[in-house]
Structure formats: C-alpha cells, structure tokens
Write a protein that binds this ligand. Sequence first.
Ligand code: IPD
Length: 269
Amino acid sequence: MKPDSRALETRFHVAVALAREAGQVARRRFLDRKSFTVGFKGPQDYLTEVDGEVERLIAGRVQSLFPEDGFIGEEGDDRIGRDGAAIWVVDPIDGTSNFARGAPHFCISIGIVVGREVEIGVIYDPMVDELFAARRGAGASVNGAPIEVSATAELKAASIEVGWNMRSGSHRFLALMGRIVDAGAAVVRSGSGALGLAYVAAGRRDGYVENHINAWDCLGGIALVREAGGYVSDYLTGDGLHSGNPIVACNPRIREALLKTSAIEGLVP
Ligand code: IPD
C-alpha cells in the first residue's frame, strides 16, 4: 500500500535519525584507521568493511521498523517491499575512495522513493556534522536552516562538479569535462556524488553532471536539489532505479546552457 503523508513524515524523521547514527559509526571507524582494511570491488572501486557494517545497521533498523518497505543498498542488502510501498535507497558510505584513503569527505545517503517520485532525501556528512534533508513539497535544509540553489546565471561564472567512475569509459568522461571547461566553467571532482548534489542544493556549487550514476549515490541528492529550487534531469526514467542513468542537476538559470553543453545522450534542454 502507498504510504500516506503521515507515514512519509515518520520515515523522514527515522531517515534523519538513522543517517546520524550511521554517520557516527562511520566517523568513529574513519578516525581509527587501523580498525579496517581496504579492498577493491573492481578497478578504482574501493570497498571497506565499514561500508557493509553501516549498510547492515541501516537495513536492519528499516526492516524492523517498516517491514513492508523495500530496500536497495550499494552493498547488496536488497529487499523487495510490498506493492506500492516506499523503497529506501541507501549508500552507507558515499565517497568510499576518500574514506579509504583518509580524506574526510564522505557521507551517508538515504533516498526514499514511492512509485516514480523521490519523496525524501537525507545526506549526513559526519566529519563536519552537516545534515542535509528534504521532503517533497516541504523544502530543503542543512542542520535545520533552509537552503537554496545558487543564482549564478552563466557557465562562465559557474562551478560544476563532474562525477567520474570507471563505468562510462575515459573517452566519455574526458569529452564531457572538456565541453564544460570549454564553456568557461570551473570544474570540480570531490569523490562523493551525494555530497556534490547536496552542495548544489546549498548553492555551494552551481551544477553536477555525470555520464552514469547509481541510484544509491544520487537519489538523496536529487530530492535536495529539487526542494532547494534546482533542476534535475529525469533520473528515474527507464530502469534508473536499478541500472542507473546519467544526471544533470543545477540551478534553473543555467539549466539550458548546462544541458546543451553536457550534451549527454537522451538529456535534452
Ligand atoms: C561513487 C562516488 C563518485 C561518483 C561515482 C560513485 P562510492 O560512489 O559517488 O563521486 O562519481 O559515480 O560510484 O563508490 O564512493 O560509493
């Protein structure tokens, strides 16, 4: 059964509490670097025991509180929920490469989807104690203070994060980066797509683009950008939830220019 507004409100508060709880676990382990080993799922695809530990903590709490809900986690703790129920989409540690290498820029990301709507987004950065939260129709905030996207009106003055991964190939990444640099924008890559999107929502960056991103990396951030007044391409189109999709997210003033410049297949201004 589809959750009503009260049921979503409850999930919002639980997501906030869980992100903070999980964030404290991640922070503790990060600061005690000898407590975990670092491995790889594939080339440049870092994995630590902490990713699985944090995901199991969140998945277990969600299952006991909302047994009807679905769950999709980066580390595979998936569960199919009842028809129409909310689906929790969780990255236990987004920015794993930073986490693994001792760079304090990572977060817990939780997105909650109902049907094709991203209803809730919660992203917690435990190293600077910043909790970004959004509920569809209710705005976005950081540590309780409202946030909004930037007012930058042209790419020449913009700062754009270009997400990088090994899935889409070097040519597509370099071509995308090249087009954005040629348009005069400053380019950033922070290693956490979720925080990149949260920063767009908070007006700290003007846009985020990536040729392919997985749902656990971006759904929390998508809710934030939209509720902060920003534009996000139709990420859940096709099988985005399970297979990922490209993304363009930005303030509405540079929407057309960024879509045109990115020229990502299927995303048109
Ligand atoms: C990655 C990061 C990165 C993004 C990649 C993701 P992970 O997630 O969010 O910034 O560009 O697409 O795979 O491995 O740190 O959870």
